[in-house]
Design a protein around this ligand. Structure first.
Ligand code: FPP
Length: 239
């Protein structure tokens, strides 16, 4: 692939929103207060993306592994998600944001699924930022689901297995309608991918900030985008 400089604004930003629990713990608050404050940071970040004219924002809101958290925390997170969607959909509509979701969505509680699909439908006609929530999402599970989907096509005789290429496989992932992320942001200083978009992040620029997610503001987003604009993306070629 041809060498090129990063364009100043990424088309697609993906974020691992980490540190809600620590934010609450430092303040002697229950963890759910950190998640509630985290939902406010989501709002701030969506507005920042709108200002920068970023086209796609994918947020790791609930991983497939998060089901292993204590039941009351999982329950509270699902309730928060449902409430967030109910309350913020009019705002998303006004801001021309189109909501989408990836992951094993049928794992979510029925009330949550109902609200999610309602919000997706309500915002379907918008053509500004596409906000993609990763819910009950796991990168390895997505790859397995993609392989199963591809195998069904091979078995039906639609595809010859010798013809399988990365581009074709990408069309069997949850993210088939979106470009790969240009920039991945992770908060709270951890240097891990945590099973997020494993296939799609192959050539993505990574930016880690020590800030905890509930403290993340649009200015932190601008700082990440500014650093991104200084990077040279080589896609494995020579500069
Ligand atoms: C990680 O922090 C965050 C999560 C597991 C959930 C993210 C959820 C939100 C930001 C709020 C709800 C989202 C939406 C879209 C309404 P952590 O709990 O792992 O933090 P810790 O590592 O400090 O314990």
């Amino acid at each position: 692939m041809k060498t090129k400089a990063a364009s100043s604004v990424p088309r697609h930003v993906a974020i691992i929103m980490d540190g809600n629990g620590r934010w609450a713990q430092i303040r002697g608050l229950p963890r759910i207060k950190g998640h509630e404050q985290g939902a406010e940071a989501v709002r701030e970040c969506v507005e920042g993306c709108g200002e920068l004219k970023i086209e796609f924002l994918t947020l790791y809101a609930f991983s497939a592994e998060n089901w292993q958290r204590p039941k009351p925390e999982v329950f509270a997170l699902m309730h928060l998600l449902e409430r967030f969607l109910k309350q913020k959909t009019p705002e998303l509509l006004k801001k021309n944001v189109r909501l989408q979701a990836i992951g094993r969505l049928t794992d979510l509680p029925p009330a949550c699924q109902y609200q999610l699909h309602k919000s997706i439908e309500t915002t379907a006609g918008n053509n500004g930022l596409t906000l993609i929530l990763a819910l009950s999402y796991g990168g390895r599970l997505e790859i397995i689901d993609g392989i199963k989907s591809l195998l069904r096509e091979v078995e039906a005789g639609h595809i010859d297995s010798a013809m399988i290429e990365p581009e074709m496989f990408s069309k069997h992932l949850y993210t088939r309608y979106y470009p790969d992320p240009d920039l991945l942001i992770r908060t709270s200083g951890e240097m891990r991918l945590s099973n997020f978009l494993l296939w799609q992040l192959s050539y993505t620029e990574i930016y880690v900030t020590p800030k905890l997610w509930p403290e993340f503001t649009r200015h932190d987003l601008f700082a990440a985008v500014e650093e991104f604009s200084q990077r040279q993306r080589r896609y494995g070629a020579v500069a």
